[in-house]
Design a protein around this ligand. Structure first.
Ligand SMILES: Cc1cc2nc3c(=O)[nH]c(=O)nc-3n(C[C@H](O)[C@H](O)[C@H](O)COP(=O)(O)OP(=O)(O)OC[C@H]3O[C@@H](n4cnc5c(N)ncnc54)[C@H](O)[C@@H]3O)c2cc1C
Length: 499
């Protein structure tokens, strides 16, 4: 073994979250390294950004002088400065309901659709991140900022020593080495290798949301606009061209995501919803899904799996939560501490917020005096994951009743637009997680929904008292006309000003 190199901060994992934090800390003069068992470019899922993500990223860029990353905050600047780095245009969130019988029908009043604009033009739009390219670029950037990067390197052991803080033994191409560090960040996502080493309790059983997914990247996927034309959907009422959005095809028992990149690839995945106490399982295969839901064949046309990744992924339960997200001299990024979504695409923004909080701690305080800050980071991160679980599970509980599903989504949009409005003024809790009044509303919304859950309303046949109640409940947080669209279910102006 060679002599261990000493770092201020070592990050386990080198996804975009770890790479961004490493770049910031290196620029601040700290000695930083990243250790990843894979190397870039590599396939990764979690691609759809949001207005919140596109507010946090520019603030990080401004605060820490990350000029090279600034173009990635908007679709227009990304495409003009880095056309070689894959991305897609995201003007908003689109939902199409496939009804009780699994059949989508267009109606004059858009009763089976909802489109929520998040940006007013392509140039200021949010983005779909082609993660293989983005993560590669941000990792390279961290290295250019001074970070040491150990790729294709396995962590053999982690230990805490008396005379220095951590020792991490590494193995790469059958060679052993080790590093020492004052502080460890676990950014390995579901692998959570530091959390496992520390035996941090698993609290997943407390979560309400229980979903699994099958997904991949596809090529030659027909445009959704063409598919809708076959149903004579009036797309002239839409606030944006539908393919410039995160598309959700909503079924009774789950939903399909479609995210289109400019490079011809489309990210597609089906999320199956299970009872919250159902055992963790991998239930549906892609072939089963196509048999069960013939409309998916229409949506996919003659699409085939892209050569990267060249396969379809199948997951067990996606949700996970740990009891602790930080300790005296360690921290986990949000996606490592837990995961709820992907409904509402909160992951990238939450990761960026985690990076922002940790970066602020390291640059404001000495590493050895941040224990209290870390305890608050841990509490906030886990509270936010539980809060997202609450909002997301309300939507899943109502997949089979689209008016109520839409109403449940409005709670999320109220939280998201309030966060966007208040973030730059210093609000901290992600999506109103720390706001007690909002929590009360969310609890009441759950009660309203479950109290009247026996009502069978698979179609809109007159006003639903639960939907009316939800409209009233979110009023104090309704800054953008939620529940009051110009055209039924078409929201043109929910975006925070970005021009
Ligand atoms: C199905 C699905 C869909 C999602 N969709 C969205 C979405 O639409 N929008 C959104 O905002 N978020 C989404 N997310 C969440 C998003 O993926 C995460 O927020 C994001 O990937 C977090 O980035 P990260 O850098 O923290 O972790 P990751 O990108 O997961 O990086 C982890 C890194 O750790 C490395 N690693 C793993 N194990 C080890 C080990 N033992 N040793 C060393 N290195 C290791 C990996 O190679 C990887 O490079 C989705 C997540 C899932 C699972």
């Amino acid at each position: 073994m060679t002599v261990a190199k000493k770092y201020d901060v070592a990050l386990l994992g080198a996804g975009f979250g770890a790479s961004l934090l490493a770049a910031i800390l290196s620029k601040q003069g700290l000695k930083v390294c990243m250790i990843d068992r894979e190397s870039h470019p590599r396939f990764s899922i979690g691609e759809s950004s949001t207005p919140a993500a596109d507010m946090i990223l520019p603030r990080l860029c401004e605060t820490y002088g990350l000029d090279e990353l600034m173009p990635f905050c908007r679709f227009g600047s990304w495409r003009s400065s880095h056309p070689e780095i894959g991305c897609g245009c995201k003007r908003g969130f689109s939902y199409f309901w496939h009804g009780a019988g699994g059949e989508y029908q267009a109606t004059e009043n858009h009763q089976n659709e909802m489109l929520v604009a998040a940006s007013s033009s392509r140039s200021v739009a949010d983005t779909q991140w082609f993660r293989a390219d983005v993560d590669h670029f941000v990792c390279d950037y961290a290295v250019r900022c001074g970070t040491d990067y150990f790729s294709q390197t396995n962590v053999v052991s982690i230990s805490h020593q008396a005379d220095f803080d951590w020792e991490v033994a590494l193995s790469a191409q059958e060679k052993l080495s080790s590093i020492q560090t004052d502080f460890l960040v676990d950014a390995t996502g579901p692998a959570a290798i530091l959390l496992n080493h520390l035996q941090i309790e698993d609290e997943t059983c407390r979560l309400k949301t229980n979903t699994s997914a099958v997904y991949s990247h596809f090529k030659e996927v027909p445009k959704a606009a063409e598919w809708l034309q076959n149903y004579r959907t009036n797309q002239t009422d839409f606030p944006y061209p539908v393919d410039d959005s995160a598309i959700h095809q909503v079924f009774n028992d789950g939903w399909l995501w479609q995210l289109r990149f400019e490079n011809g690839v489309c990210s597609i995945g089906y999320v199956s919803n299970h009872d919250s106490d159902a055992p963790s399982k991998t239930d549906v295969s892609w072939d089963d899904l196509l048999k069960e839901k013939p409309v998916l064949k229409e949506i996919l046309g003659s699409a085939s799996v892209s050569h990267i990744p060249g396969k379809i992924y199948k997951t067990k339960r996606l949700q996970r939560l740990r009891e602790q997200a930080a300790g005296r001299d360690w921290a986990a990024l949000p996606f490592t501490a837990g995961f709820i979504y992907p409904l509402h695409s909160t992951g990238i923004a939450h990761t960026l917020l985690g990076v922002e909080r940790l970066a602020a701690m390291f640059t404001r305080f000495n590493i050895i005096s941040i224990e209290d800050e870390l305890s608050s980071y841990s509490e906030r991160t886990l509270n936010e994951l539980r809060h997202i679980d609450h909002m997301v599970s309300l939507c899943y509980d109502n997949l089979h009743r689209f008016p109520r599903f839409r109403a449940a989504c409005m709670i999320y949009f109220a939280a998201a637009t309030t966060f966007e409005k208040t973030y730059l003024q210093g609000a901290d809790g992600f999506l109103c997680a720390g706001d007690l009044a909002f929590q009360t509303i969310l609890n009441e919304a759950s009660m309203v929904m479950s109290a009247s859950s026996n009502l069978s309303r698979s179609t809109e046949r007159g006003p639903d008292p639960a939907v009316d109640a939800m409209r009233g409940l979110i009023e104090p947080y309704n800054h953008v006309g939620l529940f009051h669209p110009q055209k039924p279910n078409m929201y043109f102006h929910t975006a925070a000003t970005k021009e």
